[in-house]
Write a protein that binds this ligand. Structure first.
Ligand code: GLP
Length: 252
């Protein structure tokens, strides 16, 4: 893991954008794994501002709420189109998100996995992190080998996501999410997290033991992970001085 600590969320988002843009320039038909939540929004703004060529880029999103129509304002379909896709020259046929309204969830999840494989696998996966250490919607105790499937959200995650829905009662209970095993298959992973509320999850993910209670800790077993965080999210890291020193003294 490379831990990149920046003074602000904007600066950390720019570092993440450099990584994604680098992959897109090197491989015009790259496969991007994308995330929702508030955290990646600055990264998406940064990518939009860079006027990259998205014509051949393929995307797979991590997750979607079960039961929400794609045009529901809080569906991850809507969130992605509003915040990224409608602002770039992406081909609609190359955009993939799980279908929250599928009638056969198990078959749909298998098909989603097959589509990722057929695309050649994910070149770079963007991840946020939940306050409980979840990635995608893989809540604590998700199998570290899990594949795309239905999951039940924790009360904490439903409370965290309640503001967007106008109250916890409106937050769906179930989701379809790529599994931790699916995420781990990506060639490169960029985890971004900002703010004090994420400090505990980041410390557990980066420095804690690899354990299903902190799903993001599985990333310690991946060979190419960059963790782009701001100072407040880095607050509880025991070795933050070393991570900063490493970043400032990278070999040329
Ligand atoms: C959501 C998403 C995750 C996201 C996380 C944090 O539930 N499924 O992909 O990383 O929660 O969201 P936020 O960035 O808004 O804090």
């Amino acid at each position: 893991m490379e831990i990149i600590i920046q003074p602000t969320a904007d600066a950390a988002s720019r570092v993440a954008a450099d990584l994604v843009a680098g992959v897109m320039r090197a491989k015009p038909d790259a496969v991007l794994g994308l995330a929702t939540g508030r955290t990646p929004l600055r990264l998406y703004q940064e990518l939009i501002a860079r006027k990259l060529d998205w014509r051949k880029i393929r995307t797979f999103n991590l997750d979607e709420y079960v039961g929400l129509a794609p045009d529901h304002a809080e569906s991850f379909h809507s969130v992605m189109w509003t915040n990224l896709f409608q602002h770039v020259n992406i081909d609609r046929a190359n955009v993939h998100l799980p279908d929250g309204q599928t009638r056969d969830i198990a078959a749909h999840c298998e098909e989603y996995e097959a589509k990722i494989r057929a695309a050649g696998g994910i070149d770079i996966q963007i991840l946020g992190i939940g306050t409980d250490g979840h990635i995608g919607f893989n809540e604590p105790m998700s199998s570290l080998a899990s594949r795309t499937r239905i999951k039940t959200l924790t009360g904490q995650t439903r409370r965290d996501n309640a503001p967007a829905f106008g109250g916890e009662a409106h937050v769906p209970k179930h989701v379809i999410t790529m599994g931790i095993g699916t995420i781990m298959d990506a060639r490169q992973i960029v985890l971004i997290a900002f703010g004090d509320a994420k400090a505990r999850a980041i410390a557990a993910a980066v420095e804690g033991p690899v354990a299903a209670i902190t799903p993001a800790s599985a990333l310690q077993l991946h060979p190419v992970v960059k963790v782009c965080i701001d100072d407040p999210a880095a607050r509880l890291l025991q070795r933050s001085d070393y991570y900063r020193w490493v970043y400032e003294n990278k070999p040329s």
